[in-house]
Ligand binder design. Sequence first.
Ligand code: PLP
Length: 441
Amino acid sequence: MSNMIYPTTNFKATETLTIERGDGAYVYDNEGNQYLEGLAGLWCTSLGYNNRELIDTAAEQMGKLSYSHMFGGKTHQVGMDLADKLTAMVPVENAKVFFGNSGSDANDSHVKMLRYYFNAIGKPEKFKIIARERSYHGVTVAAASLTGLPPNHTHFSLPFDALGVLRTDAPHYFRGALPGESEAQFVDRIVNNLEQLILKEGADTIAAFIAEPITGASGVIVPPAGYYEKVQAVLNKYDILFWADEVITGFGRTGNDFGCTTVGIEKPALMTLAKQLSSAYMPISASVIRGDMYEAMIEPSSQVGVFGHGYTYSGHPVAAAVSLKTLEIYERDNIFGHAAKVGEYMQKRLGEFRDHPLVGEVRGAGMIGAVEMVSDKKTGAGFEGGAVGYFAMQACQNHGMITRAVAGNSLAFCPPLIVSEAQIDEMVEKLGKALDETLDF
Ligand code: PLP
């Protein structure tokens, strides 16, 4: 064992796999074994590994300007170019962007910008944020508090109340519906719960509603039809901002440019981006806000002297250069179009597991999906704990494929966007073997 404190790991577990290098959609361990990357790392290596253009871009930028900060009016061209390119892509009106290093810190930046904005327009009491159960927004103090997964809360004594975190239902029909409830009835019930929550707390105290258009780490939850339309109607009625956390769904992952497009979220006021923004070649994140919010923040920043929020690495030039190149490649090589086509094929192939005796539900959109294992196929009853998921994940690994068990016993799939249909076939074949072996668990 090394002296590392591992992230999101059972400290009693031993190190299981040492990854040494990657190429295309594959990674290789220190004994030379090949693995198909079924999860694109942590849902992020969209252009795969060993992409020459991204490597050369990083090396060139390091040689030219390896670091420069953005405090107090200093800037650099590649950072400004990335800001302009990115804000032209997103569905946020007159978008402005603040750069950070990770999805978590981007969400924390949003929490602070929301407070700054509502203070600026004379509504300091409007600071609470509605977040959903079974959501994942990261692990910094604010982002973990917004996250709706108990394992990310336990033992951390997070400041939910001070942050004003309110919790509402996940749009998870398979796990959340009442007996005999149709999808439409389920949607009406949980949207009504949302409205009741707003009425109880007072709309004047609520700044925003945060949602991953399609969740990732909490099991790839695809909401039933009509959910977001109704949620947006309620939020508009009470003047509450929509905050789309697109850290996983951004950039072609769900069959469209953004998850918002796939599920019908129109013009979110805030959008969080990271991961595929740079194809994970460099750490970088983006907190995007509506132009009018930024405009309102200008005056107070001059009164106090500064907008007092910024990271040493905000807009890091190497990360910015790599991100800019990533976005150019997405466009030039029609990566989103390719991902939409292969993603459709992936959904079809994963759907074949609906007949497998261990599988209760297959969910997904575009090139993100999950296969949920259940103890009783007829009732959909799940397994206690996460041991089955862990076993199946290890079985995939033994067959040369990396994936992750999420939300206990769902196996998640989110390969690099560049994979071919033949590689989807390879993924499905390995998954089939792993599931058959898990039957004997
Ligand atoms: N938001 C969402 C939707 C995520 O899936 C993640 C990470 O998986 C985060 C935020 C946090 O991002 P990071 O791990 O880069 O801090």
